[in-house]
Design a protein around this ligand. Structure first.
Ligand code: PMP
Length: 354
């Protein structure tokens, strides 16, 4: 039986996506060739990447609004520097909410002055700073919508005149937002979209072309826009599998539908964390992530017993990140309410036995 997969990433993908992706490896489009052995310039693959790009804009409600969807390589980590390379002239403003923001800040500093508008480092990033000022002369403001490691999520985004850049690696396509507020969104595929190997960038073209420096082609958004995301060989398998996941999401009813399921899953688990006297949550309640729930055992001596129990219950990927400890239940789009119930049942059983 397939495990209940709470892994933080790479992570669970829908069964039907895995099925179709594996079929395409052997025989794509009934053409007696594998998806990964045909030219990326052949029509069948051009159709795939075009479909994937258009599904992204459709699901985010960004069609015909000056945005382009690109499937790039190098992970979200390359976007830490690529955003700055393409957008930072003099100074940029960053909100520091964890490891990934800190890494983005480090890279951006190579390109200009950096203003850290606020940080939650003082409490090991267990909350989202509020009421910060964004300098009006910043080239852009960068934030991380969901902090995969600490289990916090931005519920609101600042109203600002400066372009808004957001790392949505771990909550893209999970909740409804006014995506047109953002000028550039990036996300590694390996959470809510597909396998590792491609990074989605959604960029509003009119924010580009404003920096004075020369940008190498492979790091230049405009080059990829001009070539319909095919400047060089794209990661064909990762793009195809992402397309399948986007189709799956659209068929289910899009972000509007999945957000309701995600809310139910998060409520089920957080209610148990708060009710069960053996557990406590790590993140500040008002900033709790609906994608990654972090929690600990109040009595660490129960750890071996709990670990044995959840593993026996066919659960995978529950150990917390080394910088936080405890447990982290990642509840991405493809995880079912049934899997969350399986975890909650184990937590209740521990309470009975302990
Ligand atoms: N940003 C966030 C929010 C992440 O969770 C991660 C890790 N998956 C990254 C950036 C880095 O992504 P990648 O490993 O694709 O470079």
């Amino acid at each position: 039986m397939k495990k209940h997969n709470f892994s933080a990433g790479p992570c669970i993908l829908p069964e039907e996506v895995l099925q179709k992706a594996s079929e395409a490896i052997i025989n794509f489009n009934n053409d007696n060739l594998s998806l990964i052995e045909i030219s990326h310039r052949s029509q069948p693959f051009v159709d795939v990447i075009e479909n994937a790009r258009s599904l992204v804009l459709e699901l985010l409600g960004l069609q015909n609004k000056g945005y382009h969807a690109l499937f790039l390589q190098g992970g979200a980590s390359t976007q830490f520097l690529m955003t700055a390379y393409n957008l930072l002239n003099k100074k940029a403003a960053y909100l520091n909410t964890g490891t990934w923001s800190t890494k983005a800040i480090k890279e951006a500093k190579l390109f200009g002055e950096l203003i850290e508008v606020a940080s939650s480092k003082d409490k090991n990033f267990n909350y989202i700073p509020k009421n910060y000022e964004i300098p009006s002369d910043a080239d852009y403001f960068h934030c991380t919508s969901n902090n995969t490691i600490y289990g916090t999520q931005m519920m609101e985004f600042p109203e600002t005149e400066v372009p808004l850049v957001c790392d949505m690696s771990s909550d893209i396509f999970s909740r409804q937002l006014d995506f047109s507020k953002f000028d550039l969104i990036y996300a590694g595929a390996q959470k809510n979209m597909g396998p590792a190997g491609t990074t989605l960038v959604v960029v509003k073209e009119d924010i580009l072309g404003k920096v004075e420096r020369q940008i190498p082609s492979m790091l230049n958004y405009q080059v990829f826009i001009d070539k319909d995301s095919m400047f060089n060989t794209p990661p064909v398998f990762a793009v195809y599998t992402s397309m399948l996941t986007l189709e799956w999401l659209k068929d289910l009813g899009g972000i509007e539908f999945i957000e309701k399921v995600n809310n139910q899953k998060a409520a089920l688990l957080y209610d148990e964390i708060d009710r069960n006297p053996l557990f406590k949550g790590v993140a500040a309640k008002e900033d709790r992530s609906k994608m990654n729930a972090t929690f600990t055992l109040i009595n660490p001596e129960l750890q071996t017993q709990f670990d044995t129990m959840w593993k026996e219950a066919n659960i995978n990927g529950l150990s917390g990140h080394r910088s936080v400890g405890g447990y982290r239940a990642s509840m991405y789009n493809a995880l079912t309410l049934y899997s969350v119930q399986a975890l909650v049942d184990v937590m209740k059983e521990l309470e009975r036995k302990a």
